[in-house]
Design a protein around this ligand. Sequence first.
Ligand code: FES
Length: 110
Amino acid sequence: MADIKIRVQDYTGEIKEIEAPTDMNLSLMELLKANEYPVLATCGGMALCATCHVKVEEGFEKLSESGDNELDMIDTLPNAEYNSRLACQLRLNDAMDGMLVRLAADENDL
Ligand code: FES
C-alpha cells in the first residue's frame, strides 16, 4: 500500500512534506500530532474544539464535503475561510496526495 505525501505549513511559515499512510484509517489531525505539530485536539476528534483547524491551500476541491458538525464548528471561527477544515474530520485517503494544509488554530482567537 503506497503512502501519500502531504505538505504542511506550520506557524513559522515553514512547509514540510510528510508521508501519510492511507490504510490505517487515520485522520489528518492524528497524522499532524504524530508528526509533532502543535495540534491540541482537546476534544479528541469530535469536531468540538477547532484546535485542529487547518486551511487547505492546495487540493481543497478534492476533499469530501464537510459534515454538519464540522460546518457548525467552523461557522463559529472568526478566521474561517472557504478552505477551512477540521483536520480531525478528514480521513487520510489517496485523493489527498500532494495537498498543502496550513495550520490555522493559532488564529482562531477562541
Ligand atoms: S480535534 Fe477537536 S475539532 Fe478536531
